[in-house]
Design a protein around this ligand. Structure first.
Ligand SMILES: *Cc1c(COP(=O)(O)O)cnc(C)c1O
Length: 425
């Protein structure tokens, strides 16, 4: 696969920068951390992206994990197009919302009641507001390196070891807004226990990515994940699983099914909208009963439950519910991972993975938390990214992101990728 100069992408980027800050609508798309400039995409199909310079790449980012069925799935696109033909928003209920909600609850039974929003950011923001409303407490415990969208009070990095209070990690966020957010290290059971022993009675909720995917893939120890459940239960706090990536990715029932742990509230996004802006939050019905109009916790959205997104989501979940879908995807991913292990053996590279997601970290040390991830060799990663791109493979463009294998990543494609990784590193 020969890759042409990306001259049209280059001029599109120059033009975009004149009207859009940084030329992009989400910062990581600028590809700065990997030392290059954005690709501008013309179309995508199955496991492939094609840019406006006519280069076709094998995609391992898959719109950040959205397209588990591959890009432009025929039936999903057709259902969405049919929905558009009936008018794309009404601002009044439709049957499709109930139908998709029933599908989601069928897959994730802990989501006894759920509500749709337009993005993962809104889903976590709403779930946290609800948890605070329910417990009548303010403190939110999150873990360093977990991403839960860009709401003000979630943009924190770990603060001083004594206070545990997170510092705002973005300009424009008053420290007053992050005062109630406590940021602890991932996979550290004793830090979590210690915090709860002193402060558990003030905690409204723990929010966690049950497999972290936004510091690269980092898998929790069983003991750690279990501790989030037992401590919240013990201290009357709620447990929120942010399954915006892992929902419908690690199994039909998400990470909670895989690990056998039921949270009080769950957020799902990415896959659930079939490529359209949709996400949801839900959980225990006694907690969800507090939402307006039934209860005092306010939450709303003009385009929430959008009929086009609902149609795409229903068709996506329908295909994912086929017998053996996840077994097949996982078997194929496992084969790939086992071969990858051989390739990186004796190199200063760490392979973290779970199901059909993985990250290669350029580091001699294992990566179990954000401090480990931060110490990896970013420059080495940037060279690897560019090298793979020249071979026609678009891996996720940051050391802190996961790569996603879809149903369209055939064994032949995966073989080509393995060969390219071997040559690149
Ligand atoms: C992507 C993501 C979000 C934010 O979702 P958006 O739709 O980008 O707002 C929240 N949590 C997790 C775990 C995510 O991966």
């Amino acid at each position: 696969m020969g890759i042409n100069a990306r001259s049209l992408s280059q001029s599109a980027y120059e033009r975009a920068k004149q009207v859009i800050p940084g030329g992009v609508n989400s910062p990581v798309r600028a590809l700065r951390s990997v030392g290059t400039t954005p690709l501008f995409i013309r179309e995508a199909n199955k496991a492939y992206l094609t840019d406006i310079d006519d280069n076709t790449y094998i995609d391992f980012c898959m719109s950040w994990g959205v397209f588990i069925l591959g890009h432009n799935n025929v039936a999903v696109s057709r259902k969405a197009a049919e929905a558009v033909g009936r008018g794309s928003s009404y601002g009044i209920p439709t049957l499709a919302e109930t139908e998709l909600a029933e599908h989601i609850r069928g897959a994730i039974p802990s989501m006894e009641r759920l509500r749709f929003v337009n993005s993962g950011t809104e889903a976590t923001m709403s779930a946290i507001r609800l948890a605070r409303g329910f417990t009548k407490r303010d403190v939110l415990v999150k873990f360093e390196g977990c991403y839960h969208g860009h709401a003000d009070h979630l943009l924190v990095s770990a603060g001083s070891a004594v206070a545990n209070i997170g510092n705002a990690s973005s300009a424009g966020v008053p420290n007053d807004f992050t005062r109630h957010t406590v940021c602890l290290p991932y996979n550290d059971v004793s830090a979590l226990k210690r915090y709860f022993e002193g402060n558990g009675h003030r905690v409204a909720a723990i929010i966690i990515e049950p497999v972290a995917c936004n510091m690269g893939v980092v898998v929790p120890t069983e003991e750690f994940l279990l501790a989030t459940r037992t401590l919240t239960e013990q201290y009357g706090a709620l447990l929120i699983f942010d399954e915006v990536i892992t929902g419908f990715r690690l199994s039909f029932g998400g990470a909670q099914q895989r690990f056998g742990i039921n949270p009080d509230l769950t957020t799902v996004g990415k896959i659930v909208g079939g490529g359209f802006p949709a996400a949801a939050f839900g959980g225990r019905k006694d907690v969800m009963a507090l939402l307006a109009p039934d209860g005092p916790v306010y939450q709303a959205g003009t385009l929430s439950g959008n009929p086009v997104a609902m149609a795409a989501g229903i068709e996506t979940l329908h295909q994912l519910s086929f017998d053996g879908f996840y077994e097949k995807l996982e078997a194929r991913s496992n084969g790939f991972i086992e071969q990858l292990k051989v390739i990186i053996k004796d190199k200063d590279i760490q392979l973290n993975y779970s199901g059909s997601m993985f990250t290669l970290f350029f580091s001699e040390r294992p990566v179990h938390n954000f401090a480990d991830a931060r110490q990896t060799d970013q420059q080495h990663f940037a060279r690897y990214f560019q090298n793979m791109l020249q071979r026609g493979i678009y891996v996720s463009p940051s050391q802190f992101e996961g790569n996603f294998i879809s149903d369209c990543h055939t064994p032949e494609i995966l073989d080509y990728v393995l060969k390219s990784i071997k040559e690149s590193i």
